[in-house]
Structures are given as C-alpha cells and as structure tokens.
Design a protein around this ligand. Structure first.
Ligand SMILES: Cc1cc2nc3c(=O)[nH]c(=O)nc-3n(C[C@H](O)[C@H](O)[C@H](O)COP(=O)(O)OP(=O)(O)OC[C@H]3O[C@@H](n4cnc5c(N)ncnc54)[C@H](O)[C@@H]3O)c2cc1C
Length: 496
C-alpha cells in the first residue's frame, strides 16, 4: 500500500482549494493520472475568501489563464494593498502595499534613509515613495506603467472563482461526483486511506487523497486524527460574520481592514458587489452584538443573510499524513487579515506538483513537504500577531489584551531588533519581505531608536535629493494611470 504508484487521485471538496488543486494537478501533471473530485451541493462551500495577494498570479501563469477573461468571469477588481484603519490608534490609517518602497542599499533598507530624513524634518509619509501605494490612494490602476508591471493581486467572487477553476479542471478530464461522503475506508495494516463512500452507496477508491473538505477536515482530522497546533492564545479572534452588499460606489483598488472594538471588519470591493465581514473574538463580544456592529458599518443593500463562521486559528502538525494531503481550511487557518489563505493553498499545490509521489509515497518527501508548509504558516502567524500586538489602543478590553499579551519568541526578537536598530532580516520562506514588515511596523507607529549609520555617508542635501527623486518618480507614474474603474471597463468588464 505504502509504496504503491499513485495513479488515482481523489480530491475531497469543491471549494476554492478543491477546484484549484484539481485543475492544477490535471492541467500541469496530466494524462497519466485519473482525478476525481467529490463535492456536496447540500453542504456547500465556505463562500468567503475573495481577497488575494500577488503570488496568485504565479499559479495562474502556470495554468495559462488569460487575465482579462478571468477577471470578467469572476467579476474581479484589482488590489494594490490593504488599507489598515484604526489599528495603531483610533483615527490612524496606513496602507500595506504590494509595491516596493524607495530604494535601499546593501547594508540598510530604504526605511533607514527615510528615518534619518524624518529626523531632519525632510521627508514625507513613508508611503509616498511607493508607486503602488500612491496609486491605491489615488484610486488609479493599470497592470503596467511605462512597460513596468505593477505588483498587484485580485479581488473576486469566491463562488465564481471555484466555477472558473472547475471549468479548467473538467476540460482537463477531472471527473466530478456530487454527493456526501459518509465514510472513509482505511487499510487495516498501513492505516492509509483506500476509499471514500458516498451517501448514494458509491465507493471511490484512490491512491492519493487531497483533503479539501474545509473546516470539516474529513480525512486529515476526522479519519487520521492529525493533531492541530492551536494559536488562539496569540490570535484570539475565533468567529466571523459575513454579508454581501450592493456596491454604492466604484471599487477601490485595495482591501479595507478596519479595526473595531473586538476585532476588525473587511471590505472587499468587486465589480458587482461588496464582500463584508467582521472577524471578532467571542470572549469580548456576543454574536448578536457583532452582527449589529457589522450591519451598522456596511453601505448598500444586503444581498445575502449575515452568516456566522466559527474557526480555530492554527495549523495541522502534519499537512501530509499517510496518503492524504490537506489543503485549504482542512490544513489550517489564520484569519484573513493579510489575505494569506488562498496563497497557502497555492503553495501547497505547487509543492505537491513538485514532489508528486508518482512512484509511491516516500517518507522523505512527506517530511520535507510538512516542514516547508509548517514553516511558512509560522511566519504568517507572526506577521498577523504583529498587527494586533503593536496597537496603542486602550479603549477596549480586547485591545488591552492584544497589546499586553505574550507573543511568540520569534516575533518578540524581530520587534526588539527593529525597535533598537531598525534592522529587519528577511528569512527564507517568509512570505513577507523587509518592505512588508517595515510598512506595518512603521504604519502602526513603531519608530526605531536608531537608523543604520551608513546613511550618514549621504549629506543632508543629497538625502533630500534622493528622496525627492523617488517621490516624484512615483507621482509621475501614478499620474499616467487611468482610474481603476475606467481600466476595469476597458480591460475586463464583468460578464453578467
Ligand atoms: C471569514 C473568512 C474570511 C476569509 N477571507 C479570505 C480572504 O480574503 N482571502 C483568502 O485568501 N482567504 C480567505 N479565507 C480563506 C478561504 O475562504 C479559504 O482558504 C478558501 O475558500 C478555501 O476553502 P476550502 O476550499 O478549503 O473550503 P470550503 O470552501 O469550505 O470547501 C469545502 C468543500 O468540501 C465539501 N465537503 C465538506 N464535507 C463534505 C462531505 N462530507 N462530503 C462531500 N463534500 C464535502 C464542501 O461541499 C465543499 O465543496 C477566509 C476564510 C474565512 C473563514
């Protein structure tokens, strides 16, 4: 059983994770595999997950997806970053953009130059030195300017996204079965999964099972009992309420994340509507109050009923256990503050394609897969905890808790380094580069005590010229961009 070649792949679940996995395996590894996807219309999908990050373009490129067709089909809008409002303090606002801010040197990132200029009273906002950020603020967008591509991602309708991937998967010969899985059959000796049974009585056998069953975690948890690393002590939010509303204005090219009394609210503008939700901690606010907070903070008419989603933040200790690989919500969940979940689905898919066990499942592959997935999740966890912990808010018990709570040692070290010397070291497999860490730490008001002395090799006049030059280049690029809505109308207007 263990070293059996893998020919039959069974994908359990037809949400974003399931269809994206099925489409990718079928289209990119292809003909020698028999791929079946099972989904239950009655159970449905989570129906949220509509904001992404630029890494999404990588897998889309591999799948040869035409961006214009795609964006029309999913009613998409473009995203240049995330606007964080009321996080550092009530009334504060900063954008974590996908672009590069300024230009650093080998010893010190750009923020060191900016910090010195700030001390001298010479600099503008940190974000003034980033084209994508300035474009987001001015509500302008195009995929490129002066033949240079911008760093951007998408907002899309989750249901339409799964449909789009389903089409690619079915065109690549993925077989779809509708039905509820009521039983998972394991081999008595090896404990490997041999088949799943549907409520219709049908039995589907497989060599490899990709568990994309969402929070139900049918195989990785309910069958294989894979342990879960619970991070709720660092990320106490455990619920969300989601609602879709009609659009009352043109979509802005960024996601909004607005801190509330006991959590935060997302706003994801699509061409056709707006996705809204409140992520909150049930120890500090009741579900009923959370719903009122959300409903009183949305614009437009409700298109859906408010939906309550409960979650537990953390990840499986093994993402690949026996002949099951878990992707998406079945593998773990960190709240969508930085839109990282679908990214992790893609990382899991690409990694699976790279390590695909054609000749049977090998322990070394499995261990490596698990090590890489776990490490990436940990970096994301730290980055999300950072947003909560760096608040100065004292207006509610929730924020008092976040500000004073113990944090992971890895994050504590990063914060100390930055606080003392402005240093940020990039780590392998950390999704967030130096510029992201700098944008959030500075954005939430953490100013380092010192900048790197190498900056002093630049005279003040030279430093001013250097910064002004970067700023005017960013302004120049932004003024060449059309309005976001105008670009959408010409490039990828939604297909009704
Ligand atoms: C509140 C919230 C907001 C989010 N926002 C974002 C975001 O902005 N950006 C982002 O990247 N991610 C976001 N995510 C995460 C994102 O929604 C998921 O990563 C993504 O949708 C993948 O979900 P999934 O496919 O794993 O699960 P689901 O969509 O839940 O799909 C599970 C599938 O399994 C099937 N299934 C379950 N049990 C059975 C059974 N017994 N028999 C047959 N089929 C079964 C279901 O029918 C369904 O097809 C968010 C998540 C939450 C909770």
């Amino acid at each position: 059983m263990k070293n059996k070649p893998v020919k039959k792949v069974v994908v359990v679940g037809g949400g974003t994770a399931g269809w994206l996995a099925a489409a990718s395996i079928a289209k990119l590894l292809g003909d020698n595999l028999q791929i079946t996807l099972i989904e239950s219309d009655e159970i449905g999908t989570i129906g949220v997950g509509e904001a992404t990050i630029p890494t999404m373009l990588v897998l889309h490129h591999l799948l040869k997806i035409n961006e214009q067709e795609f964006m029309s089909a999913v009613h998409g809008s473009f995203k240049l970053g995330i606007s964080f409002e009321n996080w550092g303090a009530l009334g504060d606002k900063y954008i974590h953009s996908f672009g590069v801010t300024g230009k650093g040197c080998w010893a010190a990132g750009f923020h060191h130059f900016w910090l010195k200029a700030r001390k001298l009273g010479l600099s503008g906002d940190y974000g003034n030195y980033c084209t994508e950020l300035m474009a987001a603020k001015s509500d302008r967008f195009a995929v490129s300017v002066n033949n240079e591509k911008l760093n951007y991602a998408y907002h899309f309708d989750a249901g339409l996204y799964a449909n789009f991937m389903r089409k690619i998967a079915e065109e690549s010969n993925v077989r779809r079965l509708e039905g509820k899985i009521i039983n998972v059959v394991t081999d008595e000796v090896s404990g490997f999964i041999s088949a799943v049974r549907l409520d219709s009585g049908q039995r589907i056998e497989g060599d490899l099972f990709v568990d994309c069953s969402g929070f139900a975690s049918l195989i990785i948890d309910k069958t294989l009992n894979t342990e879960y690393d619970d991070w709720s002590n660092w990320l106490p939010c455990d619920r969300a309420i989601a609602i879709q509303t009609s659009a009352t204005s043109e979509p802005v090219p960024y996601t909004r994340s607005i801190a509330k009394d006991a959590g935060w609210q997302w706003r994801i503008p699509l061409q056709s509507r707006v996705g809204n939700g409140l992520v909150y901690c049930s120890s500090y606010i009741t579900d009923a109050d959370a719903e009122s907070v959300l409903l009183s903070s949305v614009d437009g008419n409700a298109l859906t009923k408010p939906r309550l989603i409960k979650f537990r933040t953390g990840q499986r200790k093994l993402h690949w256990n026996k002949n099951c690989i878990a992707l998406g919500l079945a593998a773990g969940f960190v709240e969508p503050l930085e839109s990282t979940s679908i990214h992790m689905v893609q990382k899991g898919i690409i990694r699976l394609l790279q390590m695909f066990p054609f000749d049977g499942i090998k322990v070394a592959d499995k261990d490596e897969f698990n090590h890489q997935m776990r490490e990436e999740f940990l970096f994301i966890r730290d980055f999300i905890v950072l947003h909560y912990h760096l608040t100065k808010r004292t207006d509610t018990n929730f924020w008092n808790h976040c500000r004073s709570m113990a944090i992971p040692e890895t994050l504590r070290h990063r914060l100390e380094l930055f606080r003392e010397s402005g240093r940020i070291f990039e780590k392998d497999r950390d999704l967030f580069a130096e510029n992201s860490w700098a944008q959030v730490m500075l954005g939430q008001g953490l100013m380092p005590a010192h900048y790197h002395p190498i900056v002093n090799m630049m005279a003040d006049a030279e430093l001013t010229f250097f910064l002004n030059n970067i700023e005017s280049q960013a302004i120049n690029r932004v003024t060449q961009l059309p309005k976001h809505q105008h670009f959408i109308d010409k490039y990828c207007k939604a297909i009704a």
